[in-house]
Design a protein around this ligand. Sequence first.
Ligand SMILES: Cc1ncc(COP(=O)(O)O)c(C=O)c1O
Length: 396
Amino acid sequence: MKFDVERARAQTPGCTQRIHFNNCGAGLMPTPVIEALKTHIDLEAHIGGYEAAVAADDKVQGTYSAVARMLNCTPQEVAVVENATRGWDMAFYSFHFAPGDRILTCSAEYASNYIAFLQVARKSGAVIETIPDDALGAVDVDALRGLIDDRVKLIAVTHVPTNGGLVNPAAEIGQVAREHGIPFLLDACQSAGQIPLDVQALKVDMLSATSRKFLRGPRGMGFLYVRQELTPALEPPFLDLHAATWVSQNEYRLKDDARRFENWECNVAAKIAMGTAVEYALDWGLEAIEARIGTLAGALRQALASLPKVKLQDLGARQCGIVSFTVAEQAPQAVVQGLKERGINLSVSRATSTQINMHQRGLEAVVRVGIHYYNTEEEIAQFMAALEEVIAGTAA
Ligand SMILES: Cc1ncc(COP(=O)(O)O)c(C=O)c1O
C-alpha cells in the first residue's frame, strides 16, 4: 500500500520550515502530539496541575496501553520515565554483580550505558566484555554463543547504535539469552518508532526507549519495559513514595509491577503526548514505517555512494533510517555546519558516544542523517545538491 506522505507532511508543521534529517536527534512532532501537549498544559493552567492529572487520568493510562500495544506486553510491564537513559539505568542498577561476574555488550553500546557498566564494574569487580562483530559489523551471534558460561549475568546491547544505520540482531541475541536464562537488556532508543518492537519475539527482558526520536513524541519522556517474571527480583536504585509504600516506621513495600521503576513527579502533558505519539505511530503501522524509511534511506545511500569524496559508514546486513558517512578531507562538523547554513538539520556522531566501535574503525566522528517517513525524495535531491556545494566549497 502506498504511504500517504502528503498526509504525514500536512500533519508535520516543522517540515515546511526546513529539511529535517535529524530524526535520530529529535523527530518533528506531528499535530496530534502537539495538540495533546498543549491541551494538557492549558488544562493545568486553568484548573491546576494535580486536578488536571486527575481529570486526564484516562489519557495517562492510555499511554501505558499504547506502549504495551506497541511492544506486545501488558501495561503493568511498562514504566514511564524521563528519558531512555533513566529507564535503562533503573533496570541496570537493579542488578547486583559479584567479582568476576560478566556483563556482555556490543561494540557500539551507547556511552551512557557503558559509563554505567564502568561504574558498576569498578564498585563490584564485575567485568565488561564486548561481543565480537560479524564481518558486516553487527553483533556476531555465534561469537556470543561461544562466550556464554555461568558467570554471564547480563547481556546488554543497543539495538540501533547512535552512530549509524546498523540494526543489531536483537531477536537472535534474545534467543541465546533466553536459552541460558540470562537477563537481556535492549537499548531500543533509536529503533522505537522506526522498527516494529515485539518484546515476545525479541525475547528481551528489559527494553528502554525515548519519546523524542523516531517516535516523534515530546522531549523529556521515555519508557522502560520489564518482563513481569523478572520484576520481583529487581529492586531499583532509587525509590520514592510512588515506587514503594512506606508501610510502617521501618518498612516499605515495593510496587509489584513496573511502576517500581518510576518516580512520582513527572511531566504529565509529555506523558500523555508520548502516548499520543505511540498511537500515531501504530496508526501508520510500524511495518509500513520501516518500509517507507528503508526506501528513502536506501535512495540516500545510493546517491551518497555516487560521490567520489563520500564514504558511507553504515554497518550491518539490516539497516535503518540512520545514514552515516564521512567526506574526504572535511571534518564532519564542517559538513554539518555547511548543510545547516543551507536549511538542513542533521548532526555529527562522535567517538565519545560509541567509543569502542568508532576506534575499531579508526573514526573520530561521522556525519549522521536520520530519515523519517515524512521526508521525501525531493528533500534527498536537495540535500545531495547542498552536499555537493559544501564539498566543492561553494558559498551558501
Ligand atoms: C542508542 C542510544 N541510547 C540511548 C540514548 C539516550 O537517550 P535519552 O537521551 O533519551 O536518555 C541515545 C540518545 O541519543 C541513543 O542514541
